[in-house]
Design a protein around this ligand. Structure first.
Ligand code: SAM
Length: 294
């Protein structure tokens, strides 16, 4: 198949799929020729290479290392938006944050992780919710981490400036918390307090993870669907490993955690998981500390 002048041979197509799978865990279907053509043809041209066979050979060399990063960036799917799948944020607000805020006030370290954060909308939505529920959050040790494999979207996340249309669908109460009103450039700018609470870093799920945890909240949504079952299982196990004893894991609505984690994690809301007896443990802790309202 060719796109403009550029030929995508079966060998190059299969080679690119295999390379992507090895480097990222992403599984492209056999029907994804047109996706590769539309997303990568301009990269092949930019490198002044004659076809995808030459492009594949190039990204496998040392000189092609930077281009390999751009190839991966081009082949990831980064769809996201502020407060996507809002039920998770409702649960976070009503069932999770109140206890975390108490812990933060007692001096505990609280970490919330948006794993596979794309251009940052998910991480900033979490930060906005934290600030809404706890306006003094910045005076305590409560922080949000956003990570992704795509270096271009991570850069956009760090900059925190989005097209005006990104506000569509965001509840009115949140627009003031999220966006700086004093800008007049047709774009929306994330407010400084949210940027101060949030850090963005590179993390590839199929390489060693540069995070230790524990995380009291992990959002890992709409990324495992792109992986084969073995990679998915590795991601869920890794997340379970860094999830706090009383932590909460949110996954995408079309995703399922592996069956072999059913002893470690149980459903407590739609596509939301905690460790078994977590609720009981927290209640006992509160009763021991004299607070019998939980
Ligand atoms: C569809 S977006 C999901 C964004 C956000 N979590 C949401 O639900 O709106 C999927 C993200 O996963 C990232 N991703 C894909 N493979 C990855 C990997 N191996 N390690 C880390 N992130 C990866 C992509 O770069 C992309 O930004």
């Amino acid at each position: 198949m060719s796109h403009g002048e550029i030929l995508l041979s079966t060998a190059a197509f299969n080679g690119i799929r295999a390379l992507l799978k090895r480097k990222t865990g992403i599984h492209l279907e056999e029907s994804s020729n047109s996706m590769i053509l539309s997303r990568l043809s301009s990269r092949v041209r930019r490198q002044r290479l004659p076809d995808f066979d030459a492009y594949l050979a190039y990204v496998c060399t040392d000189e092609g290392a930077q281009e390999l990063i751009q190839m991966i960036n081009a082949l990831t799917t980064n769809t996201t938006r502020f407060f996507r799948e809002p039920g998770h944020f409702d649960l976070l607000e009503t069932d999770v944050l109140p206890k975390l805020i108490e812990k933060a006030k007692e001096g505990e370290r609280i970490r919330l992780w948006s794993a596979a954060c794309s251009s940052g909308e998910e991480a900033y939505s979490i930060a906005a919710l934290v600030l809404k529920c706890f306006p003094d959050a910045l005076d305590f040790d409560i922080r949000i981490l956003g990570t992704d494999i795509d270096t271009n979207t991570l850069q956009r996340a760090k900059i925190g400036i989005y097209p005006n249309g990104s506000m569509n669908g965001v509840q009115e109460g949140y627009t003031d918390i999220l966006f700086d009103p004093d800008r007049d450039d047709g774009k929306v700018h994330i407010r400084q307090p949210l940027r101060d609470m949030t850090t963005f870093r590179y993390l590839n799920f199929v390489e060693p993870w540069p995070v230790r945890g524990p995380f009291q909240v992990i959002f890992c949504r709409n990324v495992a669907i792109y992986m084969d079952p073995e990679t998915q299982s590795g991601i869920w196990k890794g997340l379970e490993n860094v999830l706090d004893q009383d932590g909460t894991l949110f996954i995408g609505h079309s995703e399922r955690i592996s069956a072999d984690l059913s002893l470690q994690l149980e459903l407590f809301g739609p596509t939301s998981f905690r460790r078994p007896l977590s609720f009981l443990r927290q209640s006992i802790k509160h009763m021991e500390s004299g607070d019998v309202t939980t």
